[in-house]
Design a protein around this ligand. Structure first.
Ligand code: 6R9
Length: 659
């Protein structure tokens, strides 16, 4: 990005918090004042919300940047914080998890139940030879045992590495090998889209290439036939159910490794992001309390992510459970057995806090307003978004059709690397603008800088960076300190030999509006250069989605002989657009003009293609790289991280027939 991003989109709507919510909010404006007065003391106070077996004296050790140590002389146990202390406070009979299986089977799990099962699993893992510091891979469907497995590892100080249950044997074996894991915890399968989907065969194939694996612990969920390797494979119900429910949680150092989670680079080898114990739990726990305003006695919380994604780690397992929340956990897809499944679940459990992704929200828009309208969503009081920039139109739809024009929308920016939320409105404080993540949370030093490393003024755009270490920051890339420094710390500041300050940059562009609020513009590799102007794919996508006929859009910059790059847009239309209109040139022209009118003629797409689906990763991010291959008439690059690999066939065949 040579000069700053064009500041195209402007948004004047702003929605202050409902007065009642603001009056009773867990966190108020005062938090910003406290953090400003003493940032480290602010985080120390949040750390003290947890139970420390040995209190810390030192808050931050930044003597060897960019390797941070938080609360390093303190000791704690993550599982103790998520379970035992709630039971000791007399809340054992409180529901921790309302689990909803995709076929409609349900389980209600109290904190006492969860504590017992986690203790048994901790004993069983110990009997299988797992000790503190060992790595355990977890490859599971969305069943309660997935959370139990993570907590059992945390309880005994084993480092878990959760691999998304949809990944291939190659992806799984690569991750097991990189982490040198000793045990895999898996299931026979899980339910997806109305049918059992097997997991064990993938584990068998992966493990055949992983000599480090000694045991495979298998939960029975679908009762599918499984191949069995005697001596290696062990049924969960054999060893966990019979294990002692007595287990005393041992304290671990605050910097003890809690988990590794792999993020895929675009082409390179996945990076094993390492998170440790005290700082991670401090920020995951406090942000759950602050950003969701979680009231454990009255709220019912639901995060729709998969535990194979960082959102599932921080906002299904560690954040909510450390706060003693009651939450919903759902196994399957939003359209099984019908497209109102999410809303049915919200009505059934009276969910009050919902956390989901823009990709899901845009899909619901496409399916039509009438579907959520059939359900009682009045219990919802806060609705969150994560994973991608949320288009203003999708934000408004979410607020209106899901949040009954009243529930604050919290658009939360963060990354696997940041461990917990970093930039977000606070629901009782911030008057949020549709599409903006607004500003850094208290205690977070986010900035937008230009190529030269200078903060951009209001109205400017550039690179989103973090100028100070934060408690839940990644500590390194597993086994590769050098790559950690090169990837995140070498573009600006001390790592680039430009000053003494260490500046973290992980690839996102952002702009600061005239009021100083932040707008995330996607990855900087997704910025297009059209006739010398930098235009973000996000802004053009938002302009397209603001047209009443468009449900979803993905935009790429394709090489163009005259303009350098030209804008090519792939759009999914809303359900009610008739087929003949969808296929006609008139609509494409109308959409091109709409973008030109919204953002200016420079952003007018050269080409608009109507497609039935967009290629997405498992966490819902659009894979623009593949669309770029289509736009530039190239053969497709690697498709292994696609959620549904047939999507690219659909797109290509749709284009050939002129659809
Ligand atoms: C939590 C998670 C991180 C990348 C991040 C950014 C994008 C996430 C966002 C957002 C705009 C938001 N991202 N939240 N962009 N607004 N609210 O998604 O982690 O899977 O590691 O992805 O996702 O581009 O850099 P991860």
């Amino acid at each position: 990005m040579s000069d700053t991003l064009a500041n195209l989109l402007s948004e004047t709507r702003q929605f202050p918090p409902p007065a009642e919510l603001a009056a009773a909010a867990n966190v108020t404006d005062a938090a910003f004042e406290e953090a400003k007065a003493d940032r480290l003391e602010f985080w120390a106070a949040q750390a003290r919300r947890l139970h420390w077996h040995r209190p810390f004296a030192e808050i931050l050790d930044w003597s060897n940047p960019p390797f941070a140590k938080w609360f390093a002389d303190g000791q704690l146990n993550v599982a103790y914080n998520c379970l035992d202390r709630h039971i000791e406070a007399g809340r054992g009979s409180k529901v921790a998890i309302h689990w909803e299986g995709e076929p409609g089977d349900t389980r209600t799990i109290t904190y006492a139940d969860l504590h017992r099962t986690v203790s048994q699993a901790a004993n069983a893992l110990t009997d299988l030879g797992v000790t503190a510091g060992d790595r355990v891979a977890i490859y599971m469907p969305m069943i309660p045992e997935a959370a139990v497995a993570m907590l059992a590892c945390a309880r005994i100080g084993a480092t878990h590495s959760v691999v998304f249950g949809g990944f291939s044997a190659d992806a799984l074996s690569g991750r097991i090998q990189d982490a040198d894991a000793k045990v895999v915890i898996t299931a026979d399968g899980g339910y997806r889209r109305g049918k059992p989907s097997a997991l064990k065969p993938t584990v068998d194939e992966a493990v055949s290439r992983c000599p480090s694996i000694e045991k495979v612990l298998v939960v029975r969920r679908t009762e599918q036939e499984v191949d069995w390797t005697d001596g290696r494979d062990v049924w969960w119900h054999d060893v966990v159910d019979s294990a002692s429910p007595e287990h005393e949680a041992q304290p671990f150092d605050a910097e003890h490794p809690l988990f590794i989670l792999y993020t895929s680079g675009t082409t390179a080898k996945p990076k094993g992001i390492l998170h440790t114990t005290g700082g991670y739990l401090t920020q995951a726990s406090w942000t759950t309390h602050a950003v969701f305003d979680l009231k454990p006695d009255t709220d019912v919380y639901w995060c729709t992510a998969d535990i194979g994604w960082v959102t599932g780690h921080s906002y299904i397992v560690y954040g909510p459970l450390s706060n003693g929340a009651t939450q919903v956990m759902y196994e399957g897809t939003p359209d099984t057995p019908h497209r109102g499944r999410f809303w049915e679940i919200i009505e059934k459990y009276k969910v009050s806090i919902l956390y989901t992704a823009p990709t899901a929200i845009r899909t619901f828009m496409k399916w039509g307003d009438d579907i959520p309208a059939k359900f009682d969503l009045s219990s919802l009081r806060i609705i969150g978004s994560v994973g991608e920039p949320i288009n203003p139109e999708a934000w408004m739809w979410y607020r209106e059709h899901i949040g009954h024009n009243n529930a604050p929308v919290v658009d939360t920016w963060w990354q696997t690397e940041t461990g917990a939320q970093m930039i977000s409105p606070l629901p009782g404080v911030t008057a949020a603008k549709p599409g903006s993540a607004m500003g850094p949370l208290p205690g977070i030093a986010a900035d937008v800088i230009d190529d030269g490393g200078n903060s951009v003024p209001p109205g400017g755009g550039g690179f989103l960076v973090l100028r100070e270490p934060w408690p839940s920051m990644l500590r390194t890339i597993w086994g590769d300190d050098k790559r950690f420094i090169e990837t995140y710390w070498s573009r600006f500041g001390a790592g680039a030999e430009a000053g003494d300050e260490w500046i973290y940059f992980a690839g996102d562009g952002a702009k600061r509006d005239d009021d100083g609020h932040l707008w995330l513009l996607g990855r900087v590799d997704d910025v297009m250069l059209v006739s010398g102007h930098n235009i973000s794919t996000t802004e053009v996508e938002s302009a397209l989605v603001s047209h009443p006929k468009v449900a979803e859009a993905a935009v790429v910059g394709a090489t163009d002989p005259t303009t350098g790059q030209a804008i090519v847009a792939f759009t999914i239309l809303r359900g009610d657009v008739p087929e003949d209109e969808a296929q006609g040139d008139a609509l494409a022209q109308e959409l091109r003009n709409h973008v030109a009118k919204t953002l200016g003629p420079i952003a007018k797409p050269r080409q608009i293609m109507v497609v039935p689906e967009l290629p997405k990763t498992r966490s819902g991010k659009i894979m623009r790289r593949l669309l770029k291959d289509v736009a530039e008439n190239r053969s497709l690059g690697d498709v292994t991280t696609l959620q549904d690999s047939s999507v690219m066939d659909l797109i290509s065949s749709g284009l050939k027939t002129g659809k």
